[in-house]
Design a protein around this ligand. Structure first.
Ligand SMILES: [Zn+2]
Length: 137
């Protein structure tokens, strides 16, 4: 889908994350020294400070940690998706990421419900964002 909405700009450090999404894969850096999953992407492990990290694909399942419904568009460009369903998802690997919720009515959203990643591509595949959809418990 084409959009005027602001999109993230990949950096050298985060590029593997965005490239994985483009290929329909959710990948995260994992510390080779202590096994800790690191997110947001950075050059070192935030637990043991090792710089020996490796990008790995994860299942993309987790639980809804928290969410908010915006009643006023965060920018005029988002007026078409009101209310925006903005979530913090805790992946099964323990990291939390911010993403949109899809496939659920606002009165059916429940903190702690199981969710699964899906991929929404923008600007002719230029950038792909992770979205999360509830799955049956
Ligand atoms: Zn580590």
């Amino acid at each position: 889908m084409s959009t005027n909405k602001p999109l993230p700009t990949p950096t050298e450090i985060s590029a593997p994350y965005w490239n994985g999404l483009k290929e329909g894969r959710l990948t995260l850096p994992q510390c080779k020294s202590c096994g800790h999953w690191v997110f947001f992407p950075r050059r070192h492990c935030d637990k043991c400070w090792s710089q020996d990290l490796e990008w790995k694909e994860v299942k993309g399942t987790g639980t809804l940690y928290t969410y908010t419904l915006t009643r006023v568009p965060t920018l005029p460009d988002f007026a078409d998706e009101m209310p925006q369903k903005m979530a913090v998802v805790e992946l099964d690997e323990g990291v939390r990421l911010i993403a949109g919720l899809v496939g659920v009515k606002r009165d059916e959203i429940k903190i702690g419900q199981r969710v699964q990643v899906e991929f929404q591509s923008f600007d002719d595949g230029e950038l792909t964002l992770p979205m999360f959809r509830p799955i049956a418990a």
